[in-house]
Design a protein around this ligand. Sequence first.
Ligand code: HEM
Length: 520
Amino acid sequence: MQSNTRSSTEYLRDVLLVFLFFLTSLKLLQKYIKQWHLSRKLGKDETQDIYKAYRSVPGPPSFPFIGNAINVLPKHGMLERLLNLGIKHGHCFKLTNPLTEDLVFLNSPEAVQAILSSHEHLRKSYLLEKLCPSKIDTTMAILPGGEKWKSMRKILARPFMYKALQIHNPCFYKQSERMTSQLEERFINGNSAVNTVDDLLKQCIFGMASESLMGVDLEDVEDGAKFCKNLELLMQQWITRVYRPWLLIPWIWKISSSYRIMEDSLNSLTNVIFKVLDIYKKKLNEEPDNDDLNNNTMAGVMLKNGIEPMTIFREVAVMLGIANETTPSAAEYTLFMLALHPNHQELCRQEIDAAFDDPSKCHNGVLEFEALKELKHLERCIQESLRMNPVSLSLRTLETPLRINEELVLPSNVSVIVLPYILHNNPKYFPNPEQFEPERFLPENVRERHHYAYVPFSAGPRNCIGMKLSMVELKVIMATILRKFEVRTPDTRESVQLEMDPTMKPLKPIRFTMTKRILT
Ligand code: HEM
């Protein structure tokens, strides 16, 4: 019996070895074919120069079969390992991966500018395209550049501009007031003085994004929390495939439980968004010339441009998925920073009180949109918090070579990553990076820094379309919370670990205490 078990273990090991050998050979073959293709395009000498320079890109030792897997796995602690590599190797380093393209991390503002400002390198990643559920793989955020991406990005730009956001100003306060009442319930009337707030921030931000982008309060159609949960399930199943590569094989994926969960959540989301579109169309029929309805929501601009309902559904679902994955962790972390630094919290509060107490800037508890621009210290605190926890990253797969500087050209079929966490925590660009110093964002200090040293929302033609929306959301949320509560935390910066999942967020929800302010 024992020898049987041993022999089946050995058999398994042999199969695994053959499989890995086969994979590595395939990868090598693929590499030579790509090199041969490039040499036909550029000439043999130039191609040899590119590959020679590429081989000199530093990086940790890579192993047969597993490449640099040990540098990224386990997920726990990955960010710190990557930051250390960034600081050790300087402006770029590479990691190899036996299953997909090599990854080159760009860590200096000059190298970051080379990729992000380029209009030629707009493809995000082959892997991202492969992983994407087929119903949403043609959305603007996933498309590999090209005319289709360009025209959709142009159509969708309008609802994200300040003019459109200004129109939705009352809805931001409505959602935020809803949240502060829930906070009051939790901290003042509840049993425990110490609580987490991540769920309430998420619901509030989701409400703001969905109402401003679709023009309908989701709570009027169905339980917003349920919709939010379905979006999260969709994102989780999608990401599961990165950590379980066998799910990349289509037939295994289609019989997996993850696929079924994803299909169920997709169907549920489709039903709700179609209901919202019906409400919106009815409103449009009643007021066909209403500029707000036609131009200031995603639903409006897409209907006006004759885009079919299924495409509208896809764009809205992906947009809300991204909104839900990014701004809530930025809000939680900003609140944490303000809780850890009462002096900065007080400076923000002085500006906030001055605006709320000025009858020319505040009507019925709603600050004029323009008054948000005057909350300068708050804005710097949000920027500094996004420096320390930049939430997202930029990823591109090169279809043609990319010149980084005089010496280095990266060959095609390499994936390039800008991880702002590395850039923003490098003492060379931000001295004492572990310190919370909002003064770094005073205009005179910003002017002295390289424009590409701070890129939480990316930059260039494929930057974040939702940047202004999320800054407005973050300001309104912080202003309404600080107006009502004194915020503190029993957690420390060292005890709050950030993880990439798939965006950067605290591993465990952060705990807060909130004391109600007595306003005279
Ligand atoms: C704090 C919040 C946010 C952060 C830090 C953030 C950051 C980013 C980053 C780094 C990118 C990658 C760009 C690239 O590949 O170079 C991106 C893309 C994108 N973001 Fe955001 N984002 C945030 C909020 C939002 C919100 C609220 C929305 C929409 C409601 C949004 C929609 C998008 C879209 C659609 C793209 C893809 C754009 C394209 O491919 O053309 N983001 N974001």
